[in-house]
Design a protein around this ligand. Sequence first.
Ligand code: ACM
Length: 778
Amino acid sequence: MSHIATSTFFRCVAIACLAITSTVNAAPAVPKWSLLPRPATASPAGSGAAEIADGAVVSVRGAERQQVQSMAERFVQRVADTNGLHLRVATTGASHSAITFDVNPSADIADEAGYRITVDNGGILVSARTPRGAFYGSVTLWQLLTPPGWTRGAPVEVADGVIDDRPRFAWRALLLDSGRHYQSVADIKKLIDWMSLHKLNVLLWHLTEDQGWRLEIPKYPDLTKIGACRKAMGLDSELTGSADLPYCGFYTEAEARDIVRYAAERYVDVVPEIDLPGHSQAAIAAYPWLGVTGKRPSVWTDWGVSPWLLKPDEKTLQFVDDVLDEVMRVFPSRYISIGGDEADKQQWNASPEVRAQMHKLGLANMDQLQGWFTNQVAAHLIKHARTPVGWDDELVAGATLPASEVVMSWHGNDNERVALAAIKQGHDVVMTPQESLYFDHYQSALPDEWPGPPPAATLRQAYDTVVIPNGASAIEAQRIIGVQGGLWTEQMPTFAHDQHAVFPRIAALSELGWSPSSAHDWNGFLQRMPAELARYRALGIDYADSAFAPTFHVTATANGAFQIELSNQLAFGTIRYTTDGSDPTKQSAPYAQPLTLPGSATLRAATFAPDGFELAASRTQVLNETTLLSRESSALATCSSQPGTRLDGSRPAQGPRPVYSVDIGNTCWLWSQAPMDGITHVEMTVERMTWRFGDEAADAVVHHKASAAGEFEIHADSCTGPLLASLPLESAVQANGQIHLDAKVATPAGAGVRNLCVFATGDPRDGQWALARMAFSK
Ligand code: ACM
């Protein structure tokens, strides 16, 4: 480590010292800090920098030595893994440390989770009152050692200055849904590690669902023996290896404890969620007496809101107390979530027994009965000095929640109003609005965007989340204790999906949760993204480049050539392109204005940061006579004008897994202004998806079938306009994966440019057709 310009005190610790001396003479530019989340205050000195090179010594002093020493060792390992620099933790107090961690409970640091980093000619000092604060300081220091454009293994200069930092909110959370699809313990640990590098401190672990009960409860073994397995439906069978093998998985008590311990080392609290009284079909499948009807349902294979609710009686309450006793044994967290969302009351309403109980309790309706049930459950937690957490649904319905319950406010566009109502009732509130912080929602309109429900929740929307509801007074605002992203996993069968959904939107969440409101600055955030994405790459995170990826807008020119406009979602970075089929590099031509290319060409484009970092991998647009005559489903509107859901198709033997844009329950697309002159044939690539969409079943649109197996039909002008082509599905209904259909087209009278309506006949609930691509030819 060496201190440039102002000191050479540490020069000879590192081999690189000679090179440093020459940079001193050249008066190098002071490197810039690129920190995410942005610290509360960051004051660069304006000149001078410390250099950290291979062999630099890290020492630990002050209180809680052992804990801080382990943290420092993990810091050194992270620097080695990502940056390639090999630092060395001193075993005894070293006099010539490049980096010092100092924990002093009476240090002048504003917050117990806060820290101060001082970079000057004495080296780099990270001070904190607690090991937690020192850990957050170590994360910032790791970012200082991975600045924009770092070269693996090369010494890093850290500009002199002082960073004084502390969190804005106490609750900085990511929800992980292990019910719909579960994740391995190893993958959950990775996620926790990466959360902690965003200074998040709560993993809201959603452990029970209609589709699977995932936590071992020794007193009720059938919860996991029966409730952790569902029949493999749709893509589940890819995960199990066969449609005959059920999709099963749960966490043993030992595994859950291991995750809690691992998280605690990274200052992440695991807050378990046992969702009650809805989302309980798997529990009722295990113990039918928990339900209202006495019948045993299967563990659900659909997505959506199941009608199977727990029966709100004494026996169920005893079961819940027993489950929570085990949960409290395994999870030391002060907070425990008891859910409370989406409790569809149809079974309660239909049950004379439940209605009688409601009347006996003097309650006016079933929402009040849910409120009563929740209060009973919460009382058990409160008796054991735990704080209940739950969703805002019952507040929306007008019921009263337990006074001490923390409310997670997710209700869409209503979020601010509901959150404000919760505050006014005296609740602490966590903001987790569905429209911007539910990371299951897809994040772009790219043709290759991964699955998720509509509408899109972009990186920008995540960053712009309103965290203090409009209309809240300064006192009321203090009731907002934090923010939470939601990783709901209906469409996330693998950890690769999870990573694509979470990263980089978690960076926006991180800044919302940690940085002061005065630091909120979209442009500044964007400038800091390249270094952040480079860190993701170094950590091995499969992040989404959706917000930066180039898109192509192609139109025909009069002379048979094409005009192409390139852009990306954020209008950020430089798009560079090639036309010779090669992958663009940071030296390739920068896109500045619409391109004109001949009738046959291959255009490839990628996006680069100013330092040359590739922000988005290359995308390809082939230009030939079929370009304007073909469309993927993501480029078509749905007939309901609602944005489509993105669904994974089955994995082909070769090539990437397809993703479709589908209006679930209404198998119908619109192609506006299709060029129909001279068209004689059409080809379609389609796949039949397993129907597992409970919420959409009631509104399914059934088109009349002209043959037993049904067909795709293409109509001109409207969905009841002239029939241009009919593509029978007879050969397709039994097929697995994508199939290709083709047919002659009855060119419409007068041809020209026409609006087209394309739909599959039959009932989508028997299997919903998805459209990959349609292509006309002459
Ligand atoms: C929720 O999204 N059902 C909390």
